[in-house]
Design a binder for this molecule. Structure first.
Ligand code: MG
Length: 171
């Protein structure tokens, strides 16, 4: 049976990942309304990825004999002043998610829960990629500023992102 403190933190993480999915779906809707379908597509895939993150934790907690408890999803932003602001919020949020995963890992280590430590490795690696992806877009946005041609090109580039269902891969 899984340690109660870890069970509680895994439940918090499941709900945080679902909140993340809601945030990115809202950002996708914002970009669709702005006439930036590539940005909207990128955020829609971000939404899909967050759902799979939640489900990975969900499946793991059940596999360990824990009980999943879903809570209401708090409201997310629906408007931003500029495209850059959307990605700055994304970056700040992903840093917070990384911190929460590290706290979970600390708790797993303190409780000698090697199974949870092993499961969390995938998320620790995933967060490195998440933060790098967002940083790359922020760097480009800072470079091109309000140049319409460049934003158009970036929109085309972001439209090529492909969703990979990580619930179908280990762990
Ligand atoms: Mg996530």
């Amino acid at each position: 049976m899984i340690n109660q403190e870890i069970e509680k933190k895994l439940n918090k993480q499941i709900n945080l990942e679902f909140w993340s999915s809601q945030l990115y779906l809202s950002m996708s809707a914002y970009f669709s309304a702005k006439g930036l379908p590539g940005f909207a597509h990128w955020m829609f895939i971000q939404y899909q990825e967050e759902v799979t993150h939640a489900l990975k934790f969900f499946n793991y907690l059940i596999e360990r004999g824990g009980k999943v408890i879903l809570t209401p999803i708090a409201a997310v932003n629906t408007e931003w002043a500029a495209t850059l602001d959307v990605f700055m919020e994304t970056q700040a949020h992903e840093k917070e998610v990384t911190e929460r995963i590290y706290q979970l890992a600390d708790t797993a280590i303190a409780n000698r829960d090697h199974a949870t430590q092993s499961m969390l490795r995938w998320f620790i690696d995933e967060q490195v990629e998440e933060e790098a992806n967002v940083q790359a877009i922020i760097d480009t946005l800072n470079l091109v500023q309000d140049n319409g041609y460049a934003i158009y090109g970036l929109d085309k580039e972001l439209a090529t992102r492909v969703f990979v269902d990580s619930t179908q891969t280990a762990p």
